[in-house]
Design a protein around this ligand. Structure first.
Ligand code: CP
Ligand code: NVA
Length: 307
């Protein structure tokens, strides 16, 4: 049966481990797997802008022997003119996989329901699961393990927070999400992550105090306060998130060997200080590179199950 990757928990914890292991193998031997030889084409659709996702999928697909077909949806019939269901039924006869960055998660669900080929979420308003595969790979490389580590995410209870909750719990990590009260992650996602954590030995919690939460942290993470689609709320958000910046003073409260993650793009002086982002504890460039290796592993893994 065709598998899709629309949210972090569309795979099991052991499948997550398998994909991360494959990612490490592909990082060591980038051209060792050619599932798209032919070459087959993979569609990569963008309803929102992107640098990392665009580049890492294009390079990854070509490394795997395929051809990336990058579609900016404004230049296509998708959306107001043609339904997601009809788009899926056109694409799946011609491409090996469909990668899509969009707004509502429901669109991805519809695409997957009508597509015979794997559909991958390249960021939605609710989740950013490909980013989390890269983040976990980065943590594993720097810390030698995932289970049992304390990861504290400080910022908006957004797509990144949701993905940290689910994917972090799946990896057996202790995930703490710190937000201003008004920007807490959805309680349904927290509850789902809590259920997962019960099976993996991890834990999840939500806090509204950065200073308390970061004590004992192995990993600090953050993301923009103003996600794509929220530009009109910028002034209000900058005001509401005051005091939720990762700066040197806050980082000093974490473990001395704590690492700092940011999915990028970063806004220095807002969610993270320049000193921390450009400092020695930040592993953000490894993290950005790992998008490539993690996504290649995911595409290989999905291809194996699509046959
Ligand atoms: N982190 C990430 O997804 O970056 P892009 O928006 O540049 O793809
Ligand atoms: N939360 C951010 C992530 C960008 C990679 C957004 O959705 O814009």
């Amino acid at each position: 049966m065709t598998r899709h990757f629309l949210r972090d928990d569309d795979i099991t914890p052991s499948e997550q481990e398998e994909i991360l292991k494959l990612a490490l193998e592909l990082k060591a031997n980038p051209y060792s797997q050619k599932p798209f030889a032919g070459p087959k084409t993979v569609a990569v659709i963008f309803d929102k802008t992107s640098t990392r996702t665009r580049v890492s999928f294009a390079v990854g697909i070509s490394d795997l022997g395929g051809v990336p077909l990058i579609i900016d949806s404004q230049g296509s019939q998708m959306g107001a003119k043609e339904s997601v269901a009809d788009t899926a039924r056109v694409l799946d006869r011609q491409v090996a996989q469909i990668v899509w960055r969009t707004y509502a998660q429901a669109g991805l669900d519809e695409m997957a329901a009508f597509s015979k080929v794997p559909v991958i979420n390249a960021l939605s308003d609710e989740f950013h699961p490909c980013q989390l595969l890269a983040d976990l790979l980065t943590i594993q490389e720097h810390k030698g393990k995932l289970a049992g580590l304390k990861l504290v995410y400080i910022g908006d209870g957004n797509n990144m927070a949701n993905s940290y909750l689910l994917a972090g719990a799946m990896a057996g990590m202790h995930v703490v999400i710190v937000t201003p009260e008004k920007y807490s992650p959805a309680s349904s996602i927290v509850a789902e992550a809590q259920e997962i954590a019960l099976t993996t030995g991890g834990s999840v919690s939500v806090s509204h105090s950065s200073a308390q939460a970061v004590v004992g942290a192995d990993v600090l993470a953050t993301d923009t306060w103003v996600s794509m689609g929220q530009e009109a709320e910028k002034a209000q958000r900058v005001q509401d998130f005051a005091g939720f910046t990762i700066d040197s003073e806050l980082l000093a409260l974490a473990k001395p060997d704590a690492i700092v993650l940011h999915c990028l793009p970063a806004y220095r002086g807002y969610e993270i200080s320049a000193e921390v982002l450009d400092g020695s504890q930040a592993v953000i460039w490894d993290q950005a590179e790992n998008r490539l290796h993690a996504q290649k592993a995911l595409m290989v893994w999905l291809d194996q199950r699509a046959k």
